[in-house]
Ligand binder design. Structure first.
Ligand code: ADQ
Length: 751
């Protein structure tokens, strides 16, 4: 699979499927601001990609190219759309993040799906990012993605931008799973918000709920266990529009003519007042209609002189609150028209559909007043589009102070839309504003919008992300010698084994689970292939050969499971425990201190064990395993959500232990009080037996530390699929037995 220097991750891909008359599907780029912004920055990188959902449930289309970007569709089942998108994203987060204008609804199953879908997006992004690439994640649907990507790819630079408001602490604190959401976001190096206030809300939540300190906009996120701390910056990057494109359309003679025509079609009223919104309860459409209806009722507005044009784009029509809103808005419009419309023309012209950019720009040019009365809005691009559409410097913007745009567009008539009287006064003021006053205000608004376009927004975000420097541990990028699925031929492996077998002093080392013993659901039932064990025993008896078994299991367990003679060295707990050494190995070479526990280590281990046991008690089915130098929380048998919650609790606890090496794995979290790895263990053993070359067989991530240390004459064999630093690959433990038997034969000169 090709990889990319810049990867955008957003819920939706920037394309829509259009079905042709012959039934074939064509992809058309959706002309949103984000796409335009990205196009401009993607031109500056060698290769850009976009990961997102293509918009219809079911199997995702194959990756394809559009506008110089490679698009990677992520699939969502119909059930996932319901739980992740309509549910947790738009039924829980959206209302909560917009000041609970509607009641947030929460279901635990929605959360489970949200996590699963976020994981899918993260994996898709991690797979297509080049080493050291930049990944930019967008919006509230994907808040867990930054940390999920970081776990898979610590070499990447990760940015996150929240397009909607971030709520104050008192509201955010109501969100079930609030800490997980914050921790998800803190996987990013840079978290961007629309307004300064959103960034401050986020900083407060992080301090109050996670206890992380911040200085100005920089948060210090402690590492898990002995991982180093990271700095995450959270600040405002107000989004904008493609000002140039809108200006060009607004100057187009056909668009100007269309604006005149629109006014004629509306009956040539003296004043045209316009509202353009997605049909969403956050946009304050009900408040606007109420104010307009009252102004007509009061006689303050004559319906022969002024008309309200309300364009409402269909939105999220399967979510209850949105269906109700549509009914209510349409009922109100009907009632006002019934009460006040002159014969042959409405008092409110209402359209529930989308229009193309040209028609929208013509409408803005035809509008004497635009009403943006959002009760809460991240930014609101309609306000900026209106301003960019008025090179004639005429027109009045009435703007809610609850829209992000109000921070920049100070020359608008700013209103509190909850105050219907104030809103009515603002509308009358706008309708009566003299031309010179309109010009002064519009000039000031235009300076803001012309100087700050969406391309500048994207450049400043990515510039700051870049300036934060490389992630703390570039060396942590996994070394890949064999990519997923690739492997040298069986002949090449045999040639390498032959050369290895003829080396005077060799060390043969192997992992246990997944290599000598097939993986089984019950780890207590794992058993090695007797033939493999017998080949190892015989190798250990051969002249010039040392054999070691290196496992994450406790030493005692490994010993009981393999029954190896004293000539075989056993290394347990990922290198933290070493068994008796045979006479031909030099015990002095072993770094005793690193592997031995002192009293402090022992006390620390006891306190960790006690805490993990408390966690296990609260989540029935979770278990604690105690090894000589580490304690492990196993969550595989925990019931239901306990599995995730217990892991969460363990990781939270891990942050308070800077001297402990914490290794989260699949349904296990291991806390080691002695820092060791299989890689270190192998290197030490190779020195202790003065081996000229060594062979290591392993199957999982912990074995990569050994493969990462392979020298020119050493052999690394990975068992199973996946990217690896090993030089050879076999498919299964049965093949491992074959390799060991072949090596034995070669060493005996029987090859
Ligand atoms: P939205 O809530 O979708 O976006 P907004 O910023 O107003 O809100 O953008 C709407 C866009 O849709 C505008 O470009 C507008 O012109 C267009 N549009 C609306 N109705 C239309 C119609 N009937 N036909 C054609 N086009 C129509 C979220 C946040 C915002 C934030 C943006 C960008 O809620 O606060 O400004 O993301 O970050």
């Amino acid at each position: 699979m090709p990889t990319h220097d810049l990867v955008v991750v957003a819920n939706r891909l920037p394309v829509d499927a259009h079905t042709e008359p012959d039934g074939s599907v064509r992809w058309v780029t959706s002309p949103g601001g984000l796409v335009t912004a990205m196009e401009s920055v993607m031109r500056g990188v060698d290769s850009g990609a976009w990961v997102g959902w293509a918009g219809s449930p079911g199997e995702a289309p194959e990756p394809f190219e559009a506008d110089g970007m490679q698009l990677y569709p992520v699939d969502l089942s119909a059930e996932e759309v319901r739980a992740y998108y309509e549910g947790f994203s738009n039924g829980t987060l959206w209302p909560l993040y917009h000041d609970v204008i509607a009641d947030p609804v929460f279901h635990r199953t929605w959360w489970d799906t949200y996590r699963e879908v976020n994981e899918r997006f993260a994996t898709a992004a991690a797979q297509v990012a080049s080493p050291g690439a930049t990944v930019w994640v967008h919006d509230y649907q994907l808040q867990l993605v930054p940390t999920m990507i970081r776990t898979q790819r610590p070499d990447l630079r990760i940015g996150f931008f929240n397009h909607i408001p971030f709520p104050p602490f008192e509201l955010f604190a109501q969100l079930p799973k609030r800490n997980q959401v914050l921790r998800g976001l803190l996987g990013a190096d840079l978290v961007g918000f629309q307004r300064e206030r959103d960034a401050l809300n986020f900083l407060t939540c992080v301090r109050q709920l996670l206890g992380h300190a911040h200085s100005h906009h920089d948060i210090t996120v402690p590492g898990i266990g002995s991982e180093p701390a990271r700095t995450v910056t959270a600040r405002a990057f107000p989004i904008s529009i493609d000002t140039q494109a809108v200006s060009a359309l607004a100057e187009d003679p056909e668009v100007i003519e269309r604006a005149r025509e629109l006014r004629r079609e509306l009956g040539d009223p003296k004043k045209v007042v316009v509202g353009v919104d997605r049909l969403d309860y956050t946009k304050g459409i009900r408040h606007r209609l109420k104010a307009w209806g009252e102004l007509l009722n009061d006689g303050a507005i004559d319906p022969h002189d002024a008309i309200l044009v309300q364009v409402a784009t269909p939105s999220r029509e399967r979510v209850d609150a949105y269906r109700q809103l549509r009914d209510e808005v349409e009922l109100t419009v009907g009632r006002i028209n019934g009460d006040f419309a002159p014969i042959g023309r409405p008092a409110i012209s209402y359209m529930h559909r989308s229009f193309d950019r040209r028609e929208m720009t013509a409408l803005y040019r035809a509008a004497d007043v635009v009403l943006v009365t959002a009760l809460r809005d991240g930014m609101n691009l309609v306000a900026k589009e209106y301003v960019a559409s008025r090179p004639d410097e005429q027109g009045v913007l009435v703007l809610s102070e609850f829209a992000g745009a109000a921070d920049e567009l100070r020359a608008a008539i700013l209103v509190n839309p909850h105050d219907i009287d104030e809103l009515k006064t603002a509308i009358l003021h706008a309708l009566a504003m003299p031309e010179d006053e309109q010009r002064t205000a519009m000039q000031s608004l235009r300076r803001q919008v012309l100087d700050n376009d969406v391309q500048g927004w994207a450049r400043s975000f990515l510039g700051e992300l870049e300036a934060k420097g490389r992630p703390d541990e570039p060396a942590a990028a996994p070394l890949v010698r064999l990519a997923q699925g690739s492997a040298p031929s069986a002949e090449e492996l045999d040639a390498a084994l032959t050369a290895f077998a003829s080396t005077p002093r060799i060390l043969v080392a192997s992992d246990f689970d997944g290599v000598l013993a097939p993986i089984v659901a019950d780890r207590d039932a794992a058993a090695a292939d007797p033939q493999a064990l017998s080949a190892l025993r015989e190798l250990a008896e051969s002249e010039g050969v040392n054999v070691a078994l290196v496992s994450g299991r406790a030493l005692e367990d490994l010993d009981a499971r393999t029954g190896m003679p004293l000539s075989v060295v056993l290394v347990g707990s990922h290198g933290a425990e070493v068994g008796a050494l045979p006479h031909d190995m030099d015990a002095g070479t072993l770094d005793g201190d690193a592997l031995r526990m002192d009293e402090d280590d022992q006390r620390l281990l006891e306190s960790i064990t006690a805490t993990l046991e408390q966690i296990a008690t609260k989540h029935p089915g979770a278990e604690v395993e105690v090894k000589p130098a580490s304690a492990v929380l196993h969550t595989r048998r925990a019931r239901g959500r306990g599995r995730i919650n217990a892991t969460e609790a363990a990781l939270e606890y891990a942050r308070s232990l800077p001297d402990v090496k914490v290794t989260p794995g699949k349904e296990v979290v291991e806390f080691s009080v002695v820092d060791s790895s299989k890689g270190e263990a192998i290197a030490t053993l190779a020195r202790a037996c003065a081996a000229d070359a060594w062979l290591y067989l392993g199957d999982d991530v912990t074995d990569e530390s050994a493969f990462g240390r392979l020298g020119d004459h050493d052999l690394g064999i990975k068992v199973g699929a996946g990217d690896t630093a090993a030089t050879f690959r076999v498919d299964s433990p049965e093949e491992v037995t074959g390799v060991l038997e072949r090596l034995l034969a070669l060493r005996r000169g029987e090859g």
